[in-house]
Design a protein around this ligand. Structure first.
Ligand SMILES: Nc1ncnc2c1ncn2[C@@H]1O[C@H](COP(=O)(O)OP(=O)(O)OP(=O)(O)O)[C@@H](O)[C@H]1O
Length: 657
């Protein structure tokens, strides 16, 4: 490879081909797919494409007509991250070594140029990833080698051969003036804003601002036909090594390469369509010319001439055939209906791949004259940018001061009118008084002429009229005051009532809470009651069954006692009790009757007898005793219930013993 000097001491120029990669865009919806074969070595063959409209010039190789060669082909299924990282590759490192770097996207409408360069809401593009990598590496160089660096950017778009500043501080950016640089066949843009940034966030927010302005500046076709140029300038100084590096990263999102039909409506004027089409045509032509030139010599007469045809080609002077390390990203559709555009893109890509660039390492000794020239140039650019900003701010200040002045004048006029009004009122009062005095005087004297009297009468009428009006105004004012007072009273009452309503509502809430509590307690009591009721029923059933048992036992006992008595020959004289002493202590029961000799005479159920176990009644005292029983003691024994029987048996036993 031949080397050339670029004019700076120690700078080496190494001619190198532009790196060209191809990204195939996935199909949208149900579109029919172009059949192609990617051989894995950067060659793409279109299978169903023998020729397009006879444009054999599109083919890269006369013997191998369908083959287009690239440095790499990314098929439809390769993701954004992998593509971006591969494209960025060593570019940031080379930039920081002092080489200018250019990356440009190229393709027809909707092929994914902006998506690949700037990404979208969900995925970052080349720009974001490169900016991050740039600041990461600058940080590392500062820490490891003590490099001091400054980063500044310009961001503009070219639409229909007009340049607009995307970082302009004006709301609507104007067309910027340009002048050709004879030496380099490049373009100098006047009044372009340069912004210095200190962090990746500052840089990205500037870029987002510009990109937002570009997308919002008009119809989709306007954006599609515009090319954006993002230039990031990096300056690094190393005081230990006494070197300085200066490099520019150019990120170019080119306008769509397909022609726009000027007979259709696109939301842009016919002139603009014409200009955009011819601008793109010039670029295609330049690419063909440069690729045909087999000479690796930089800046030949031909190459300079090729760049001069339009502003677009002049702006691409550094990237195509210039001093940049350039990567061209060709974006292509795989849709069968886009075949013609695809072939154009593939052909241009193949052509670009055969163009020489002449990357130069811009590294200088710190004491060299070049560094001062460069610093001077940078300072001039910055000064221009500051001057533009200062001018804008001055305009703003003067606009605001004139608004303030207008407001001030208005206030002064108001003050003046109020004062004048007051004076007139005073004058009116004085005139009225003097008129009254004069009237009184003239009545006294009777010397006034009739005409004077008439004038005076008229004046006095006018004055009266005015006074009446004034009085009316005063009355109206008073009425207004009164109404206002009433309104304020009503509003006070209303607020009082509102507060009362609020208090009542609060009370209501409390009462409802209490009611809830009571209901809850009531439920608890009812539950307890039902449990108790069940208990009582259980106990009653138990009592019932016991009383049945007792009755059975009692009966058994009675039967046994009678049987026992007959066995022991116990004899009772038959008797009858009908005498009751204490009714409250009486109990129903079966009683045995007998005489003092313990003979059971009989058993009888009686209703009213004392609960005492044994009653002894002298039959002689009894009113009801029968004659046959007189002189005998009658014993009556109540047969006890249940457990009472046992006591009785015990007693009986003890009395027997
Ligand atoms: N490889 C891809 N994968 C997924 N979506 C893509 C791809 N390429 C492009 N798109 C989507 O297609 C749409 C058009 O892409 P983009 O705007 O990047 O195209 P363009 O070439 O810049 O178009 P134009 O020149 O008209 O401005 C966008 O919504 C984008 O997100």
């Amino acid at each position: 490879m031949q080397s050339f000097s670029n004019g700076y001491a120690d700078s080496i120029v190494e001619p190198t081909f532009i790196r060209v990669v191809l990204r195939l865009r996935p199909l949208i919806g149900e579109a029919a797919k172009l059949s192609y074969v990617e051989d894995g070595f950067g060659s793409l063959s279109l299978q169903d494409f023998p020729q397009v409209a006879g444009k054999a010039t599109f083919f890269t190789d006369a013997n191998d007509t369908n083959k287009f060669r690239f440095n790499r082909v990314y098929d439809v299924d390769v993701g954004q991250q992998e593509i971006c990282e591969d494209i960025i590759g060593d570019n940031v490192t080379e930039l920081l070594e002092g080489f200018n770097v250019s990356i440009m996207t190229f393709g027809s409408e909707g092929s994914g140029k902006t998506y690949t360069m700037f990404g979208n809401d969900r995925e970052e593009g080349i720009v974001q990833r490169m900016c991050q990598s740039l600041f990461d590496q600058l940080d590392r160089l500062r820490q490891d080698r003590g490099n001091e660096s400054t980063v500044s950017i310009t961001f503009y778009e070219l639409f229909a051969e007009n340049i607009y500043d995307l970082l302009s501080i004006e709301k609507h950016s104007n067309i910027l003036k340009t002048s050709s640089v004879a030496k380099t066949s490049g373009l100098s843009i006047k009044g372009l804003r340069t912004v210095s940034v200190n962090s990746v966030n500052e840089l990205l927010s500037c870029i987002n601002e510009g990109q937002f302005r570009r997308c919002k500046s008009g119809s989709h076709h306007r954006k599609s036909r515009s090319s954006s140029f993002l230039n990031i300038t990096v300056e690094q100084r190393n005081r230990t090594e006494e070197t300085m590096k200066h490099s520019v990263l150019q990120l170019i999102d080119l306008a769509s390469s397909n022609k726009l039909d000027k007979n259709l409506k696109h939301g842009i004027s016919t002139d603009e369509i014409k200009s955009a089409n011819s601008s793109m045509q010039n670029l295609h032509q330049m690419i063909y010319e440069l690729s045909d030139s087999k000479s690796p010599l930089p800046k030949t007469h031909n190459s300079k001439h090729s760049h001069r045809t339009s502003r677009l080609t002049k702006l691409l002077q550094q990237a195509i055939g210039g001093d940049s390390k350039t990567t061209a990203v060709m974006l292509s559709s795989t849709n069968r209906t886009d075949r013609e555009n695809t072939v154009t893109t593939l052909s241009l890509g193949s052509k670009l791949k055969s163009i020489y660039n002449f990357p130069t390492q811009n590294k200088m000794g710190l004491n060299s004259k070049a560094i001062f020239d460069l610093s001077l140039k940078n300072m001039t650019t910055r000064e221009n940018s500051y001057l533009t900003r200062i001018k804008y701010l001055e305009d703003e200040v003067s606009r605001l001061s004139s608004t303030i002045q207008q407001n001030k004048n208005q206030v002064l006029t108001n003050q003046y009118l109020t004062e004048k009004n007051m004076k007139l009122k005073d004058q009116l009062g004085l005139q009225r008084k003097s008129e009254q005095t004069r009237k009184a005087g003239s009545e006294k004297d009777g010397l006034h002429s009739q005409s004077n009297e008439k004038t005076q009468n008229e004046m006095s009428d006018v004055l009266d009229n005015l006074m009446r009006k004034c009085e009316k105004v005063i009355q109206l004012q008073l009425r207004l005051d009164e109404e206002l007072r009433q309104k304020s009273q009503i509003s006070q009452q209303l607020s009082y009532k509102e507060s009362k309503v609020q208090a009542l509502e609060a009370m209501n809430v409390k009462l409802l809470e209490q009611l809830d509590n009571n209901e809850h307690e009531m439920k608890n009591v009812l539950n307890t009651n039902s449990i108790l009721r069940k208990e009582v029923e259980k106990w009653m059933q138990l009592a019932e069954s016991r009383s049945q048992n007792v009755e059975m036992l009692q009966k058994e006992f009675q039967d046994r006692q009678i049987a026992g008595a007959s066995q022991n020959n116990l004899l009772f004289l038959p008797g009858e009790l009908n005498h009751v002493r204490d009714a409250s202590k009486n109990k129903k029961g079966n009683w045995l009757f007998g005489n003092s000799s313990s003979n059971i005479l009989g058993s009888r159920k009686i209703s009213n007898v004392s609960t005492g176990s044994v009653m002894t009644i002298n039959s002689q005292e009894s009113n009801t005793s029968k004659a046959s029983h007189r002189g005998l003691n009658l014993h009556a024994v109540r047969l006890p219930f249940g457990d009472e029987n046992e006591n009785y048996n015990d007693k009986n036993k003890s009395s027997n013993t």
